[in-house]
Design a protein around this ligand. Sequence first.
Ligand SMILES: NC(=O)c1ccc[n+]([C@@H]2O[C@H](COP(=O)([O-])OP(=O)(O)OC[C@H]3O[C@@H](n4cnc5c(N)ncnc54)[C@H](O)[C@@H]3O)[C@@H](O)[C@H]2O)c1
Length: 388
Amino acid sequence: MRTFMIGGGMIAHDQILPSLYQLKRLGRIEGIDICDRRKESLEALASAPLLRQAFPDQGFTPRTEPYAEGMKSLPARQLAVVAVPDALHYEAVMCALRADQHVLCVKPLVLTVAQAEEIEQEARGRGLLVGVEYHKRFDDRSLMARRRYQAGLFGEFKLGTACLLEKWYYRYSNFQNWFTCDASDAFTYVGCHYVDLVAFITGLEPAEVSVYGIKDRFPNGNEGWLWTDARVIWSNGACLNVQNALGFPDAGPGTNAQGLTMYCSSGEAGAWIRHDDQYRGMQYCYTRHPGGDGANVYTEPSPDYFQYVDVGGPGLVPVGYGYRSVAYIAERALELQGLNLKDRQALLAQWDAAGVMATPANSRYNEAVVEAARQSVAAGGKPVAIRR
Ligand SMILES: NC(=O)c1ccc[n+]([C@@H]2O[C@H](COP(=O)([O-])OP(=O)(O)OC[C@H]3O[C@@H](n4cnc5c(N)ncnc54)[C@H](O)[C@@H]3O)[C@@H](O)[C@H]2O)c1
């Protein structure tokens, strides 16, 4: 199976491309093409020191033509990987499906329910996979909580609080060109991770959302909702508060601030789930600055999301839930190889029902939340009912 990635920016560098390189190294996938309309993105990716060090044995084919053109060279049912900014996902995913390609799309899939429904319909008719890469689902702590919640050990979710604040330096990246008030906000960008996770763990669906946003300016003068506080009401009346920002201090340890606390009840006893997703028990203090945006002499690295380890070469091996999540979706696309339409559709329906991999059919609440959130943030935090 070949892969064709659309967009070669930050997430491509940090997680998606190294995961694809590893799958190629393992012989699970064949070629990797990357299409980006900016030549500089492709050059930066090809020469990125960490990727060169980890994968001296791997490379990709750069493409600067429009992705619709580039994809024409693919045989049917290869894997298109969509890693462009949020507002461009819909067009890229639909283009891939119409070219008969399976799709791995970084979160959020799209920004409206209608678009998610259209994608679901197109994919189902063609027996194609659309896997939405919500990698926090593949953090073992999420899978542990989900299994215990489903076994009834926590009773019912009542109140929760979550946060994910990315570092301040993000404001200096390409974000300043696309993360504008009309296109996104901090909740839509990263809050969706914890909304998805609470749904993943509990099986509850969001029913209403309100998002209070604070506008702030990027260095280039563009204005974005860079600080948000959201309240999500769930189908059982539970309430989750989610705070997000591009504002965690660059001098802070680790790559961001993040975590989830859920208070639950059986009616007779209280229960509690708390995940510190930022501090995972490691503290390093270096003799000098290690280099890199947001890095510090004192740091609290996460061993769980995405790390490179040296297990004897060649290069380094990526480990963590960031890799496992990409590998899981790619493996599902591989499982579909050689099957006829009916058999592919049956397998896809089975995966929709299992709910481990986010698909348009089983995670449409994410689009519903984003759609309501975008209305709410523009209306000063007004509660908006979620379309079902
Ligand atoms: N934690 C996460 O799950 C996570 C983290 C970061 C980003 N993301 C998602 O990844 C996506 C990309 O984010 P990023 O941080 O990599 O952004 P980025 O701005 O660093 O990279 C986007 C790239 O897409 C390219 N591009 C834009 N339009 C294109 C087009 N029409 N054709 C080809 N290439 C095009 C740009 O040139 C750029 O290189 C977003 O949807 C974001 O939400 C997810």
